[in-house]
Structures are given as C-alpha cells and as structure tokens.
Design a protein around this ligand. Structure first.
Ligand SMILES: Cc1ncc(COP(=O)(O)O)c(C=O)c1O
Length: 404
C-alpha cells in the first residue's frame, strides 16, 4: 500500500512553545512535586459574580442547547457593543462578529487578509501562536526586532519598513503586549496606523489585554487614533478570556468597520456554524457593565507585578523590564540555553518538593537563535506563590549553573 502523507502545512504546523514542556511538568507532578506555573497566562482569579450567577440561571431549566446565529447571539453582540461604548469606541453590531476566543478572531483575520505565500509583519518577541495562525493559511510571519533596552517599544519607521515586501499583506500588532507587557504609546499606535496606510496593509490589532495597564498608563486603541476612513484597513480582535477571567468560555470578537471584511468573516463563520450558545449567554450581561471588575483586576495585577518583580530582582540580581500592562515579562538569564534550563527545572530540580515552570523565550521569536537566554514569566498566581516561584527560579538557576 502506498504511504499516505499529510499536507505540508500540517507537517510544518508549529507546536506551542508554552505547552511544549507540559509532559515534563506532568512527570514532575506524578513524582509528587508541586509545580508553580508561571509559564502560561491562565490566571487564578475568580470570574465576576455575574458570570457565576448567569451560568446558574441559564442552565437551570435548560432542555436544549441550540446553535446560535453564526454571527453571534444578539444579547452577546449587544454586550460587546456596550463594552466598546463604555470605553469610548462607537460600533454598530454590523461591525462585530462573535468568535471562539480571540484565537478564532485572529485565524479569521489571517484568512481574510492573506493568501498562500503572503507575509505579515510581527514584532518580535511576539505571541507565539501567530506562527500557527499564519501556518493555517500558508502565510509567513516576518519579524521586526523589538529591543528590551528600550522597553520593547517600537523601532524607527525605517526599521519596520525594511521588513515590508510586495508579499506583505498585514501587520499583526499586540497591545498591551504578550510576552513583554509593553503598552504602546499613542504616538506609536498612530505610527503603526500610518505605516499600514502608507503601505496599503491591513492592520490587525490584537487587544486581548486591553485596559490591563499600570502606573496610570492609558490604553490607546488603534480605533482611538484612526479616522473613519482609516478604519477601513483595521481589524480589531478581542476576548473575554483575560479581562473577565473566563478563558474557558471561548468568547472573543472580530471587529471591523470594513463591510467586505465583516462579510467575509460572516461567510467563514457560517462554515463553523456557531460559537457555544451557553458560553455566549453567560458573558452577555457582564459585558454591559464590566469596567468596575476590570479596575479591580488591574489593581490586583499591579500589586502582583510589584511584589513579583521586587522578589525576582532581589533573588536573581538582574535588572528586569518593568511591564506597563498585561501580566507577563521577559527575563534575560545568565545562561546559554533557556529551554534546556526550563526543562531541567522540571526534570532535575526541586526544593522542598517544589519547582517552577517558565516558558522558554526562543518560542516567542521567529529569528533563529533569538531568545535563547530568555524566559517569559506570567504573574498569574497570588503574591505569596509568586514570591516562592521567584525563589525557586533563583535557587534553580544557581543549581543549574553549578551542574553545567
Ligand atoms: C496576545 C494574545 N492574543 C490572543 C490570545 C487568545 O486568547 P483566547 O483565544 O483565549 O481569547 C492570547 C492568549 O493567551 C494572547 O495572549
């Protein structure tokens, strides 16, 4: 029998760098170790009470779980419209389509803006799954380097333009940023819009962490700086995952004022029929009034960030990029191979039966050899646990250096 082979796209689909070490963490746990997970952005906060209550109300007498409209339930669309109104961005429900998390919104954005062989600009280090989304539509992520020395803010326009070729169709921009925690300034956001316009590119702005900003830094959206005409080239993606601590509901959104984009999104969405009916129902009410919760959440993260960074600096004796938003930062470690170190923490190290899990930095880069000495950490545990995680990281680092 002839060998049957899968597609080249399937062969080249990248594994998640964040989840790559999970089998080693599972092994450590099966040996009885406690693993502090600062490797993944899956926060431990309770979701808003309203979601818990609505979940009970919606499911109490449910005898059937129907499909929702492919575009989304009216109540959920209205909820998103109200959330955006509350943050000063006026949308009509024609501009919104509900997706399976921000992830599907990004996949749709890739499929809408690019053909096989096309390219899109990403700012490196970048959210690693952009590689997967590009791969799904056979398009390539082309990296523009960000520099830790200037807080991972944007390089000059000239530097960015160097990465643009005739194949470039879109810029994927993450603000606030994962993995660096950088919040881009109004001037930078305006620059990105101008670059997209002057090069006739779509600007896909991933604002999954919108509003989680510290030290009085204010989130500026691409929608805040662009004129109505300019918005024709903009696609915004968003999600309830992080802002409402409801990652598992899988509710996100794709937003554009470009009718052709939204019509394409709708036709793609018809192919996958519907986003979960219960999931949409349970987030709809809180979307009408979520800013109070967001303000509470932001204060929590700010205080976690401060505690965690202080402990890391005390323990590791390195200077650390202070993130302005989201809940991540990149650490530069005095080692040659951070992936080997991250694995070693799970396979060869423990202190009092405990260890820590971090995400190797190289997975956030497309340029070979970059990020080898970096790890990304997420402050998604309570302050005490974060302090212990920082201690474990420092103890592990010392022991690792000794063992090499
Ligand atoms: C920058 C960024 N975009 C998009 C997503 C997708 O999240 P979800 O699909 O849960 O909305 C994530 C998740 O971690 C993220 O960090």
């Amino acid at each position: 029998m002839k060998h049957i082979s899968i597609s080249n796209r399937a062969l080249s689909a990248p594994p998640s760098p964040v989840r790559k070490l999970v089998p080693f963490a599972d092994m450590a746990k099966s040996k009885g170790l406690t693993v502090y997970h600062i490797n993944i952005g899956d926060p431990d906060f309770p979701m808003p009470k309203e979601i818990q209550q609505t979940l009970q109300d919606v499911t109490r007498n449910l005898v059937r779980i129907p499909y929702a409209n492919s575009k989304g339930l009216q109540s959920t669309l209205a909820g998103w419209k109200k959330y955006y109104h509350d943050v000063g961005i006026e949308l009509s429900t024609d501009d919104i389509l509900i997706t399976q998390g921000g992830s599907e919104a990004l996949i749709l954005s890739a499929a809408i803006t690019m053909d096989p062989g096309d390219e899109f600009i990403v700012f490196e280090p970048f959210y690693a799954n952009y590689n997967s989304f590009g791969n799904l539509v056979s398009a390539r992520a082309v990296p523009v380097q960000l520099d830790g020395e200037n807080g991972y803010h944007l390089p000059s326009d000239e530097e960015i333009r160097k990465a643009i070729t005739p194949k470039t169709k879109a810029i994927f921009f993450t603000n606030p940023n994962n993995p660096t925690g950088t919040v881009f300034t109004k001037e930078e956001v305006r620059r990105i819009v101008d670059l997209a316009l002057s090069n006739n590119l779509f600007l896909v702005s991933d604002e999954t962490y919108r509003g989680i900003c510290f030290d009085s830094v204010k989130m500026v959206s691409v929608m805040d700086v662009a004129s109505e005409k300019e918005k024709q080239q903009i696609i915004l993606t968003d999600s309830v995952s992080k802002r409402l601590n409801a990652c598992g509901t899988r509710i996100g959104v794709i937003i554009s004022k470009n009718a052709e984009v939204m019509d394409a999104a709708f036709r793609f969405a018809q192919g996958r029929l519907s986003v979960g009916y219960i999931d949409q129902e349970i987030v709809a009410p809180i979307l009408h009034d979520s800013l109070g919760y967001l303000s509470w959440l932001t204060n929590q993260y700010e205080s976690r960030r401060n505690a965690f960074l202080t402990e890391l600096e005390n323990q590791l004796h390195i200077s650390i990029h202070k993130p302005e938003g989201a809940f991540y930062t990149m650490l530069q470690l005095p080692i040659e191979n951070a992936e080997d170190f991250a694995k070693w923490l799970l396979t060869d190290f423990s202190d009092n039966n405990e260890t820590v899990m971090v995400a190797p930095g190289s997975g956030f880069y497309a340029t070979p050899g970059k990020g080898m000495r970096e790890v990304r950490v997420a402050y998604v545990l309570d302050e005490k646990k974060l302090q212990r995680a920082a201690q474990l990281l420092a103890l592990g680092l010392k022991a690792y250096q000794k063992s090499k």
